[in-house]
Design a binder for this molecule. Structure first.
Ligand code: NAP
Length: 517
């Protein structure tokens, strides 16, 4: 039987791609490559190296279910997460499947050969039977759209592109953005700046971080599968329960939301013990509307009022030397740190390159003109043999992203294995199960607090630019079940006639001659 260049091409060697590689091998699928645009593996954790970077989910849950993450702290620093990615790659035999510095620019489905034709930035091409974009969602850095930013004569740096060569010590530093990255960067910048100015648009809900060091004894104990699983499933269940409360309970009883919000606001005010700061730092939207985080240092940083200013006035303009706020103040700076996040679920960025399926339809256009949905967040009718890992709509459960990566990878590898068992060369999700999953997401979104008044003004990326819920409104358990017990009846499987397969072997050979990865 003929084969394309590779049976499976996985785009990305972050945790989504790595999880896919592990699961493909588990299904006995060996003809695959992982193509990565960066010069290293780990995706977000390779790119993001800003000072203070750490996980805000315990390592025991920010890890794959089958491989312990032996970290130095309960909430490990970024370089340890990247090292965990390296460890998985070596232990699960993926190193020789990874090609670095390869930038994928688009793909086109050929229904006459049941193959994807892939394009790359260097002009080369590849063919594959199955395409798995595992692009992640924190991929396209977003600079603030403030007039004049291009005129700033000092240093401008985005949190995901940290310049380690530059000396930030003793400089007047401004940080724009108070999300999960900003709140880790801000205390670090306060330690070295001559003066720090933080520009906040929306405050973040924060909890204390019980960040203990993992000593030898605890490491040994957590290495044991029984305790590790018990702790892991306890955290998973707690997060699932919080999600059920957010989606169902609070959505069904909106009258309770103001009470919950006031209780959380009161607790935060007590923690801050500073009315002036509390008036700025305590969110007015309900907790859970957007991603909360943890820190023991963030609030404390603003108490150094002689050295750290918290600005909540709107930023109107940036000149060569200063940020001008709505009250007319010019905040003079040497460095502007943009912890302003990523283009997530935006037009043209989900996905960030054209993927043409049946009848030459482009996936981003289709989603924009219809609704952003995918079956189990992974696959779409009309785009056969395409599985999106950790980058489709309604795929990410607000929990550990590694559980979503693992579950998406399991579903993908099982669908491909099911096609192989049937001798099929084309697998496509049926319209009805796709519609059923989409309807479930819409119904749960409508009944959730994310779409309701208490979340107005939270600027959450849980809701996309078309006012649709972007995340998966189910528990991790439900996602895990759908992946492990793949409903093959939800898919159609087709095989090409053997004459076409023979011809496609020639096409593959031609393409391989044109450029190989
Ligand atoms: P983010 O959560 O999107 O936060 C971006 C911040 O920049 C927000 O405060 C936003 O304000 C502000 N901002 C954006 N554009 C602005 C503008 N034009 N003017 C003023 N302010 C502006 O991005 P992030 O902090 O990089 O985090 C992204 C995601 O990375 C997180 O949600 C999380 O999933 C992940 N992350 C995880 C960890 C971890 O420990 N696991 C750590 C860091 C990051 P608004 O809120 O008003 O939009």
């Amino acid at each position: 039987m003929s084969t394309p260049d590779h049976e499976v091409v996985v785009i990305g060697a972050g945790f989504g791609g790595i999880a896919t590689g592990v699961e493909l091998r588990r299904q006995g699928i060996e003809d695959f490559v992982l193509l990565e645009k960066h010069d290293g593996i780990g995706g977000t954790w390779w790119a993001n190296t800003y000072p203070g970077i750490a996980v805000d989910i315990p390592a025991i849950y920010y890890s794959f279910s089958y491989e312990p993450f032996r970290s130095s702290r309960l909430f490990p620093p970024g370089h340890e997460v990247q090292a965990y990615a390296e460890h998985i790659v070596d232990k699960y035999g993926l190193r020789d499947r990874i090609r670095l510095g390869v930038t994928f620019t688009g793909a086109k489905w050929d229904d006459s050969t049941h193959l994807w034709q892939l394009d790359f930035a260097d002009g080369s091409q590849l063919s594959c039977r199955y395409l798995v974009p595992a692009l992640g969602i924190l991929e396209q850095a977003k600079l603030p759209e403030i007039p004049g930013i291009e005129k700033f004569a000092g240093k401008v740096v985005h949190s995901s592109q940290w310049d380690h060569e530059y000396d930030y010590t003793g400089k007047r530093i401004g940080v724009i953005g108070t999300g999960a990255s900003g709140l880790q960067i801000i205390p670090e910048m306060a330690k070295i700046a001559s003066h720090l100015t933080v520009f906040q648009r929306t405050p973040i809900w924060l909890a204390p971080k019980p960040d203990i060091r993992i000593d030898w004894g605890l490491d040994r104990a957590l290495k044991g599968p029984v305790l590790r699983r018990a702790v892991r499933y306890t955290i998973a269940t707690a997060l699932d329960a919080a999600l059920v409360v957010g989606v169902r309970a609070l959505g069904a009883t909106p009258a309770a939301i103001p009470y919950v919000t006031r209780a959380a606001q009161g607790a935060t005010r007590i923690w801050l013990r500073d009315k002036e700061l509390a008036d700025k730092l305590v969110p007015s939207y309900a907790p859970g509307c957007k991603r909360p985080s943890m820190s023991n240092e963030y609030f404390r940083t603003f108490k150094q009022k002689d050295r750290v200013a918290l600005i909540t006035e709107k930023m109107c303009e940036i000149t060569d030397r200063a940020v001008i706020t709505a009250d007319g103040t010019a905040h003079e700076l040497d460095v502007l740190v943009c912890a302003t996040g990523f283009r997530v679920c935006e037009r043209g960025f989900a996905p960030g390159m054209p993927i043409h399926g049946m009848h030459d339809r482009e996936l981003g256009d289709y989603w924009h003109e219809n609704h952003y949905h995918a079956y189990e967040g992974v696959t779409v009718p009309g785009w056969p043999n395409l599985f999106l890992v950790c980058c489709g709509p309604n795929t990410i459960v607000p929990s550990s992203i590694l559980t979503t990566a693992e579950n998406n990878a399991i579903l993908t590898s099982r669908a491909i294995a099911a096609a192989r068992r049937r001798g099929a060369t084309r697998v496509e999700v049926k319209q009805q199960p796709f519609d059923d999953f989409a309807r479930m997401c819409v119904e749960r979104a409508e009944g959730s607090m994310w779409m309701a008044a208490p979340c107005a003004g939270s600027n959450t990326y849980y809701v996309n630019y078309q006012n649709e819920l972007a995340i998966r409104p189910t528990t991790v358990l439900s996602q895990w079940r759908a992946a492990r017990f793949l409903r093959t009846r939800d898919f159609t499987f087709h095989a090409l006639p053997s004459t076409v397969l023979a011809a496609s072997a020639d096409t593959a050979a031609d393409l391989a001659g044109a450029g190989s990865k």
